[in-house]
Structures are given as C-alpha cells and as structure tokens.
Ligand binder design. Structure first.
Ligand SMILES: [Zn+2]
Length: 833
C-alpha cells in the first residue's frame, strides 16, 4: 500500500503571505505565495500543489527549479541551499471548477437574475488546489491573505478586514493576520450577501450571512443560537473564543453539512437558515446542533488540532459530543439526550456491528483515504458515544477540568489522543489511556449476556464475520449497586437480581442480552411505568439489534412493540416506528403479512392519532407537535382511510400553506394515492423555483414516495439536471429512491448506468462514497447482492471506495440472510395478531 509522506518533516512553514486575483467570469485565478519556513534538508524543499500551474519559483530571491511528483507534491530545488530558515516565493495560476472543493462557485437566483458566490472548502486536503503549501494539519502557520475581486461584493475571510481599496476597477481586500492555524481551516467567501449581526457577552461580533434570495428573518434563529453557544463554550472550556469575530455563511452549494473554518464557518443553507413560518421544529433543532458542533471546533480542532488524520476523532468525536452538551445547556426543555439515544447511538450501534468496520482511530495510507475517515457513524457518533462513556466513568467534573487543562496546555498546537488522556488521568486519578485506547483502537463493540451466574461479553456482529477474541473494559452501569462497576474480563461472576438492568442511561457503548424470563420482568416494569423514557427507548432498540444479529428472532419484536401501545414520549415513538420499519423488509413479497403489519402500525398509533389530530393546538408542547408527525406517518403507513382523505383535503390549499411539520407526509400521501401528471409536474416546478431548502427536502421526500414507474424514471432523469437538482442534493433523491420498494430496481440500474457521471461529479469529494453506501442500505435480495459485488468489486482498489464497498457487501449480505432466516416466523407472528 502506498504511504503518504509527511512534508512537514522536510519543511516547516511559519508564515504565509498569500495574494490571489480571482476572475470569476473566466473561472481562473492568479496568485503569489510567500512562505517563510524552516527546511530540514539541504538543496530542496517540498510543498503540496494540485492542478496549479507554477509560473515562477524563488528561494531567498534566487530562481529555483521545480518538479511535480505523485501525491500532489511539488519539489523545489536550489543548488548549495543549506537546511535552515528560507523564504520561498511562488507565482502560480489555477482554474475554478464546480467540484465543491478547493475554490468553487455557488449558484443562486435573485429577482430573476442568475448570480454566483465564490467559496472555498479546504478540508481535508484541498488547500493545495488553490495555493502551494504544506497541506497537513500539523503544519500550523500564520496567514496574511489578500484577495483581488470584482467590486460591490462582500468579501469574508477568517479574520476581520485590515483594509480595503479599489485598484484598476477591482476591489482589493487585505485581512488581518490569522493566529497559528492549519491550512485546511483557511477560507473565504465572496459575493452578494446580506447579514444580521450580534455580540456575545465578551464582545465577539457574530454575523449570520446568506444570499439575498433568503429572507432576513431566516437568519435570526441562527444568530441567537450562535451567540449563546459561544457564551456557553467560553465558560465551559475556560478559554475565551480565540478570534475577534465569528462569521456563519449559508452557501447555496455545499458538499457536506457545514465546515468549521476558523472564524468563517460555512454551511448548507438547510443547516443554518430557519424561516419562522416554514421551518419545522426538527429542522430548527438540526440547525442548533450543527451550529454548536462547528462552534465547538473553534476550540476542538482549530485552537488545538490533531497531528494527523488518524486522530480525526479528536476533532469529530468531541464536536459530536459537545453539540449535545451545549444544546442541552441552551434548551434543557428539548430533552436532547433522548434524541442522542434515538439518533447517534443507533447509527453507531448499527454500523459498528458489521465485520470490517473501521476503528475510531484508523491509519491513513493514502491521501484519498482521508475522505473515507469521515464515517459519520464511527468517527462522529461512535467516537462521541465513547467520550460520553468516559465522561460518565470519570465523572463530569473531572471531564471538564481535564478538558480545560488540555486547552491551556496545547493552545495553537497539535496533539494526539494520549495528550488528552493524560489530562483526563490527572483530573480523575484513573488510568484513562488504558481504558480508552481499547475502545478507540478496536472496531466493534460487545454484547453482554446476562446469564444465571453472572455476565459474559463477546463481540456483537450483524451478518457473517470472522471469529473474534476481542473484549473490552465495560462500565456496566447497573441498576443494582452491588454489581461491579467495571467488567474487564470475558466472564464476570455475579448474583443477578430480578429486573436488573445494565447500561442505565444508555451512556456506555454496548448492548445487553437478557434471558427471556428476565426480559418479561422488564416488560412488566415498562408497563407499570417504572422505566424512564431513555430506558424504554434503549430496551426496544437493543432488541431490534439483537434480532438483526440473530441472537433473538425478529418475530419476538412484534409482541414487544405491542407492549409499547401506551407510550407518550415522542423519542420513544421514533423507536417504535423504527422497530416497525425493521419488519417491513420481511413482508414485501407477502400481501397478507404486509396488510397485518400495516394494521399493527395503524392500531398501535390510534390512541395518539385521536388525541393529537391534525391541527396544532394553541400552546401545545413542542413534543406533541413533533410526535404528531411520527404518529401520522405510522397511521398513513397503516392506510387509515380517514388520514388519507384528510391529507388530500389539506393539500387542496396548496403546498405553501401546509404545516411544515407534516408537509413531507401530506405531499407523500397525495403522491402515493392520488398521483396525476399535473401533481408531479407542479411539485417538480415548485422544487426548482423555491429558495427554501426545507421545502425542497420535503418535496423530495414526497415525490420519491411515488409508486408509478413512469414517474420514477422521470425523477431519475431530473437528478442529473443541475437546473433542477443541485449536485449537493442528488444523494438525497438517490437514498429515498433506492430504499423505496417500487423504485429500488430502477434506481440501482440508474446508478450503474450513470457511474461515469457520478465519478466525474463526485470523485475527490467526501460524498463520493455515498453512492455505494446508500445503495447498500437499500438492496435486499440475493440477486442484488451478487449484482452489487459484480459492479463494485472491480473498484475495490480505489482508496476512496475500498472500505465502503466491503462494508456494503457485508451489510446487504446480512440483510439477505436475515430475511431468509426470519421471514416465515415474522409472517406467522403477524398473522396471529
Ligand atoms: Zn465536525
């Protein structure tokens, strides 16, 4: 396997002076970069540069020769140059392309005019596409940036503007010098933008920016959350926000959700904007979570940075945990830890159960592998869950004080995991490194079997797998005080109490298998109201995992789901809906069983359907408003006639007037039951023209519920038409369609037929591996498994796809095996409802 060489070992930059002249219309740029730094070898130094034309190169004022090498390396040579401090000046030019990395245009329409922004995306290794640099996180330096652009635009950078003037009909903007930082955090955005401004308690200026196509009210929610989140972190981390300002920009075209560039955070519009009239509660919460995530990076990641990408979790696992800690402090009434259990925990438990999954800390051998590290379920969700487990294990006070001393000690520097463990060990008096390194470096997680004489742990798998001898130090978090707190052996002898529960509070990364008589006691507790919401949620979800793993039969989920009919809490209902969803794959080919499943869904939701109705009541709690959508979803799946007709009536008043909480459901129900060509065309047209990404998302969800194959082909066709579907949104259409029963086969064929286009559009981007990943989430027959193998195995040596293809095969295979194993028993159980 090809290794990445680390350029910082041959040249350590200290300061960059970067001047760029951007020609938006010609799609080109011209630049000069002056790099002061220390070379560690004689006669030559190496920098990263990709797709740039180098025009001149001087070292200490003398002309150097240059050569391009593989892995985007540019080698400058100068005879008789000794190691030591040098000044390198390079003149270069490059082109602006649509790829959503490096420097790229964003497109929008305002007042009938087509307009563009220019923006950057440098993480993980795209700064080299815009200027020669040592493009490695550890190579921290200060930056002086000047941009020459067209006039009458807003020009934003990491730092406040130092000065701005017009020269030869163009606008020159010079920013203040940045603190020491990594190249992947440098950023700028240029174009027609408007903003709302506020201040934090400590006087930091906070600005929320968007294109003029977005109304000013949609910036208010983000402004409030961003300002208060900085106040919270100032206090929690014990170090004030490190820069004079904090800009947040909503970009019309953006590849991931958001990017934490220091002082200039960029977002997808849906991740920052919240229109008070058209944004649902869940979308607002999502906005708050993303803002808190990115702001936590201003400390975790930006102020203190991982040395290399194998420690990406130091950035992302922490940001994943901190977003919940911050939002919980800002909005305790949201009960955000329940959402944590019903989203992050589930993502982590599902993906981490596949054989071949990456560990949280993973080696990187090739630059293109860096992008595959960003596996949301592992480096974000599982890593965050492990840190939460640690916080619970050493205590929240020790956790926070360890973090504070970590920031003090390592500000403006780079670290590895052990640097952090040392601070936690000092704060808690526990050996954190030996506890955490087992969890961080091993893939997978354990299931603890509750047996007659104690507990037994083994690695939990879904699907085929090699034998595993792994085990973990498990904080048991038992409901019984007499049970030991830590299980660090495979077997632990203990006296089991009736009704004893493990992992209370769902903070540790394992699941529990209770024997059936023990489970009956727990179901009794569930029904007599003695289990907390988080326990009820966790119990049901862990049973669905055990069924996936073949430890229990999927048929056992049916009586368990019924035991939840009296449930009142919205997050628990999400899991009930999810458990029912687990059963859908078993009934696709059996009409009678499917009808029973629909009936079960309808019946179990009925009580809440009657209580909540369709209309929001004055002053109803937000949890009821959110719950209504889940309940109506289950009722519509249950084909309740009254619900289908009400959805039809509501639609008569137009999509714009629909309750944003129910919009996707109402559109979907009308598309499914009352589809006409006019309905489809009008929805596509509204999708094309609305500036609201919330509305676009709901229309996409609604349209893809179609059962009509003609319409499915039409939707597959517009996915490649960038005048309708932005390339950043194609994956959303793809995932809904590949998971739909009627659309799955056509969508799979579409992906194979259009692979060249997918490669052209997404290769080099973090979202490239979404296609094999999402395809694997939808396919479910043995034939499709073979097709998946035949199509993707020839690509298994592409570093950006390797892991996701292997996991994709494991995932489909597990699903196919499960369907073959449990279909009959599930049918029987359903028909005896
Ligand atoms: Zn992040």
């Amino acid at each position: 396997m090809q290794k990445v060489s680390r350029l910082i070992n041959s040249f350590t930059p200290e300061h960059y002076t970067l001047s760029l002249t951007l020609n938006r219309e010609a799609r080109t740029f011209l630049g000069t970069v002056t790099i002061k730094g220390e070379s560690h070898v004689d006669h030559l130094l190496r920098l990263h540069a990709k797709d740039l034309s180098i025009e001149t190169a001087l070292i200490d004022g003398r002309e150097a020769t240059w050569t391009h090498y593989e892995n985007d390396e540019l080698e400058l040579k100068l005879e008789d140059m000794p190691a030591g401090m040098h000044v390198v000046v390079i003149g270069f030019s490059g082109v602006i392309t649509d790829g959503m990395h490096g420097l790229y245009p964003c497109y929008f329409e305002h007042d009938g005019h087509k307009k563009e922004l220019l923006a950057t995306q440098f993480e993980s290794h795209h700064a080299r596409e815009v200027f020669p640099c040592v493009d490695e996180p550890e190579a921290k330096a200060t930056f002086d940036l000047s941009l020459t652009t067209e006039r009458s635009v807003s020009v934003l950078g990491n730092m406040p503007i130092d000065w701005q003037r017009e020269e030869n009909g163009q606008l020159v903007t010079k920013f203040q010098t940045t603190p020491r930082m990594s190249s992947y955090l440098l950023a700028w955005v240029i174009g027609d933008l408007h903003k709302k401004t506020g201040k934090t308690k400590s006087g930091v200026e906070v600005n929320i920016w968007a294109t003029p196509a977005q109304n000013p009210e949609s910036l208010d929610f983000a402004l409030n959350i961003a300002s208060r989140t900085i106040d919270f972190f100032d206090d929690y981390f014990g170090i004030p926000y490190p820069l004079p300002k904090s800009d947040h920009v909503a970009l019309p075209d953006f590849s991931s959700g958001a990017m934490e560039n220091w002082g200039l955070i960029t977002y997808r519009e849906i991740a920052l904007l919240a229109d008070p009239k058209t944004t649902s509660i869940s979308s607002k919460r999502y906005v708050a979570m993303v803002i808190a995530h990115e702001l936590s990076h201003q400390w975790f990641g930006n102020l203190v940075t991982m040395k290399w990408w194998n420690n990406l979790w130091l950035n992302e696992s922490f940001a994943n945990l901190m977003e919940y800690i911050a939002v919980d402090a800002l909005h305790p009434e949201w009960d955000i830890w329940l959402d944590y259990s019903s989203s992050e925990s589930i993502m982590a438990l599902r993906r981490d159960a596949l054989d071949g999954v990456q560990a949280v800390e993973t080696e990187v051998n090739h630059p293109d592998e860096i992008s595959t590290l960003f596996d949301g379920a592992i480096v974000y969700a599982k890593g965050g869950r492990l840190l939460r487990m640690l916080s619970s294990y050493i205590g929240h006070d020790a956790f926070r004080s360890g973090l504070q001393s970590y920031f003090k000690k390592f500000a403006y520097q780079s670290t590895e995991g052990d640097d952090l463990w040392n601070e936690f060990s000092r704060a808690s008096g526990k050996d954190v490194a030996s506890f955490m390194n087992t969890w961080i470096s091993q893939p997978g997680y354990p299931v603890v079997h509750v047996e007659e004489n104690g507990f037994r742990q083994e690695q939990f798998f879904v699907g085929a797998h090699d034998r595993s001898n792994r085990f973990w130090p498990i904080p048991l978090e038992s409901s019984e005080a007499a049970t030991p707190t830590l299980m660090d052996t495979k077997l632990l002898t203990a006296t089991i109490q009736p009704g004893e529960r493990l992992n209370v509070g769902d903070s540790a990364h394992f699941i529990t298998h209770y024997p059936s008589d023990h489970l009956s006691v727990l179901i009794g507790q569930l029904q007599d109201g003695s289990l907390e919401a988080i326990d009820r949620l966790q119990l049901l979800h862990e049973q669905t995992m055990l069924a996936r793993g073949g430890i229990i039969s999927s048929a056992e989920l049916i009586p368990l789901i019924k035991a939840y009919h009296g449930e009142t809490i919205e997050s628990v209902w999400d899991i009930i809906a999810l458990a029912l969803g687990e059963l859908k794959k078993f009934v696709e080919t059996d009409k009678e069983a499917e009808a029973s499943l629909r009936e079960l869904s309808r019946n179990i939701a009925e009580h809440q359907y009657v209580r909540l109705g369709w209309k929001q009541k004055a002053n109803e709690p937000e949890t009821d408003t959110k719950l209504r959508a889940t309940i109506l979803g289950m009722t519509l799946y249950g084909e309740n006639k009254d619900a289908i007709n009400t959805a039809r009536e509501l639609y008569q008043d137009g999509v714009i007037s629909l309750d944003p909480e129910l919009r996707a459901l109402v559109i979907g129900s009308n598309v499914r039951h009352f589809e006409t060509p006019e309905l489809i065309d009008s929805l596509i047209e509204l999708y094309r023209t609305t500036p609201s990404s919330d509305l676009k998302t709901d229309i996409c969800a609604g349209l893809t519920s179609t059962r009509n194959i003609e319409t499915i082909y039409k939707l597959l066709l517009i996915m490649k038409d960038s005048s309708i579907v932005r390339s950043q949104d194609v994956f959303r259409w793809f995932v809904y369609l590949i998971r739909g029963r009627e659309s799955r086969v056509a969508t799979w064929q579409w992906m194979k037929d259009n692979w060249d286009w997918i490669e052209r559009t997404y290769a080099g981007d973090k979202s490239f591996d979404d296609f094999p990943r999402y395809a694997a989430s939808g396919l479910l027959t043995r034939e499709q498994l073979e097709e998946y193998r035949a199509f993707f195995l020839p690509m298994v040596n592409i570093p950006a796809l390797k892991r996701v293809i292997q996991l994709g095969i494991a995932e489909i295979e597990a699903r196919v095996d499960l369907i073959e194993r449990d279909s009959n028993v599930v049918h029987e159980s359903l028909l005896n409802v």
